[in-house]
Design a binder for this molecule. Structure first.
Ligand code: WT7
Length: 635
């Protein structure tokens, strides 16, 4: 029996049992057999979910880039590590071999050092999906700097908040980016953000779109000439197992984003292990995850997981709609992609387009399909299965989070029979439980509740940067002794899990995790707005869309409503980014509140979703009369 590569259902159950009965032994064997270490650990795991404190492989020393790069050089030096497909389909793909990637990462690491970056320093990365993005993560990891990637669709304000929260000394960006037929002035956004970031000492700028941009003397440097001058060799910094690898921000229930901190050894082992099993990865495969490296999916399953396995990972700069809605399938055909991993929102958008865009491409190279980011509905699942997988490719519906670092619940293809809309079974080492509202564990099958995990897995985030108390309150306080995911789930008659959605103030829009609080904070900054409440409502492509209920101040009452709506969405775009824009805005005289002054979002959610039949008891509200008024003027 191999712990590392599960090949059938019986084996899954055996491996799973072992991983639960003796987790330390289970992960220790994997760590010993499949990774390179400078020094072995003293203890596989120590943990306390009350504190909370979690340590995996304490005492071990390693560098993740040696596991992702150096060790592959003898056997895979000429194999493509990163297959870059540019925005422009005629732009020519780049095949970057493991040897080339190693050299570029080393040069980049030397550039960072020459700029005064060292172990433990934070480097903010704000780049489009170009190879330099992958190089920059690995270059940071090479020298022990902590990377914090900010998705390049976030606004200047969102960027500066994140830079300041982690005290980044450096920003890596590009002159601009391509997005379908458009270009975006990324450097302009960085310049604006840096007006509020006194701690940033230098900015490295990759040339991508060749625009004439402002370069601040003494602060900004073109990246490419520095890379050319730098040494092509750079010894990997020796890192402790629990040294930070990266910070990645996710939204939460207050306005401030949470900087989830991931550490080195556990993250490496878990992402590599899950990549291998969930994609049944084999040496000759061409694997493509269409996410952006600005999200955790890209960190774990474009960069670290695939490279730790010596895989070929496709990096796609473009969008699914350019030059037409057949682009994904064109890329699959062109590179003979074997595993394709995307988000339900993309599947729903593509399923609306003509089937001819799919059928004109040869998709026979595909073996496994994956989804992530939000629940997949039955219709989208079948379309993906029938038209993309030709009913031959198992679909892995992978449930996980920024906080979990890697997939926790997912089928293992060719082992776990799939079931539409179900993430199915926990991966080895993962111990999910469902809890009722009173904190009781729900035993047995055919039940539903709040999804918690009762035992640590190697890639769980260790803290929120600079705010351990918030980490404890958010994840370990609702159900003491457990990690609380924020999701609801049901368990069917055979023990399969189906994620039903968030049970907190997070809304998943097009697979993006958005907190209501930061959006409300942005709206409330508008001079005519007194108060607001955001809820989600079902949307056939985005999964959920946002509905804003807004109370105006007296000075706003006479203003043109359509202009106000535009200004409100502009506020959101400026503070967060276009992904958080509202689909519907309704101006209301008041918001339904409890006697203690809490907004009753449950009622607003029902109104926004047009479920008016079943609003529940509104008589205990402070202001029941506003409910009827809101219903009357529903958008
Ligand atoms: C939230 C985490 C995991 C990387 C991308 C999102 C939702 C994620 C699924 C799935 C149903 C899912 C959950 C989760 N989610 N995957 N397969 N089925 N829901 O990471 O931005 O941290 O969001 O996404 O609600 O809590 P994230």
């Amino acid at each position: 029996m191999s712990n590392y590569h599960i090949k059938h259902l019986e084996e899954y159950f055996q491996v799973y049992r072992k991983s639960v009965q003796d987790p330390k032994r289970f992960w220790e064997e994997i760590a010993e057999e499949h990774f390179v270490w400078k020094k072995k650990w003293n203890e596989v795991l120590s943990w306390d979910f009350e504190k909370p404190e979690i340590k995996w492989f304490d005492g071990a020393q390693l560098n993740i880039t040696e596991n992702c790069l150096d060790r592959h050089l003898p056997s895979r030096g000429n194999k493509t590590a990163i297959l870059f497909e540019p925005n422009d389909p005629s732009g020519g793909a780049q095949h970057i071999t493991y040897r080339e990637l190693h050299e570029r990462v080393c040069r980049f690491a030397n550039v960072l050092k020459n700029q005064g970056i060292g172990k433990g320093d934070r480097v903010c990365i704000y780049l489009p999906m170009i190879p330099e993005l992958a190089f920059s993560l690995l270059a940071c990891a090479r020298i022990g700097a902590i990377h914090s990637v900010v998705f390049a669709g976030f606004s200047a304000t969102a960027l500066s908040t994140r830079i300041n929260d982690c005290d980044a000394k450096m920003v890596i960006t590009s002159d601009g980016s391509y997005r379908g037929a458009k270009t975006i002035d990324l450097k302009g956004i960085v310049d604006e953000a840096l007006q509020d970031c006194p701690g940033v000492q230098s900015v490295l700028v990759a040339k991508r779109i060749n625009t004439d941009i402002h370069m601040e003397a003494g602060r900004d440097h073109w990246l490419q000439p520095l890379l050319e001058e730098a040494y092509a060799d750079c010894a990997a910094e020796i890192m402790e197992a629990e040294d930070p690898l990266f910070i990645l921000y996710t939204s939460g229930s207050t306005g401030k984003p949470k900087g989830m901190l991931h550490t080195t050894a556990g993250y490496m082992i878990y992402t590599a292990y899950t990549f291998k099993n969930v994609f049944q990865y084999r040496e000759e495969d061409i694997y493509w995850c269409s996410a952006d490296i600005g999200w955790i999916t890209g960190h774990s399953y474009i960069v670290y997981g695939p490279l730790a396995n010596g895989a070929t990972t496709v990096m796609f700069e473009g969008v699914p709609s350019y030059p037409d809605f057949g682009r994904f399938w064109e890329v699959v055909e062109k590179h003979k992609v074997t595993q394709f991993y995307t988000a339900p929102t993309a599947i729903r958008a593509l399923a609306k387009e003509s089937l001819d865009l799919v059928e004109r491409h040869d998709l026979s190279s595909l073996k496994i399909l994956g989804t992530v980011g939000e629940p997949i509905n039955e219709e989208a699942w079948h379309w993906y299965n029938d038209h993309i997988g030709n009913k031959q490719c198992p679909i892995v519906d992978t449930w996980w989070q920024t906080e979990t670092g890697g997939m926790l619940i997912s089928p293992i293809p060719f082992s776990t029979p799939t079931k539409p809309t179900y993430a199915t079974l926990p991966l080895p080492g993962v111990q999910p439980v469902l809890m009722d509202e009173h904190g009781k564990i729900l035993k047995g099958n055919q039940t539903d509740g709040r999804l918690c995990i009762q035992f640590p897995w190697p890639s769980i985030a260790r803290t929120i940067w600079g705010n351990h108390q918030r980490y404890k309150e958010t994840y370990f306080s609702a159900f003491p002794g457990m990690y609380f995911t924020g999701d609801g789930a049901l368990r069917d008659e055979v023990g399969y899990y189906r994620i039903t959605g968030r049970v907190d103030d997070v809304i998943i829009v097009s697979g993006h995790n958005l907190g209501t609080a930061p959006i409300e904070d942005a709206i409330n900054e508008h001079p005519a707005v007194a108060e607001s409440a955001i809820v989600g409502f079902p949307h056939d492509i985005k999964g959920n869309a946002l509905y804003g209920f807004v109370i105006l101040k007296e000075n706003g009452e006479d203003r043109d409503r359509d202009n106000l709506k535009k200004e409100i969405n502009q506020m959101i775009t400026d503070h967060i980014g276009p992904i958080a824009k509202l689909d519907k805005i309704q101006f209301v005289p008041g918001l339904p509140k409890t006697r203690s002054g809490k907004i009753m979002r449950r009622i607003l959610r029902k109104i926004a979703s047009n479920e008016l039949g079943n609003l529940g008891d509104t008589s205990t509200l402070l202001n029941p009369e506003v409910v009827d008024q809101i219903i009357e003027e529903r958008q």
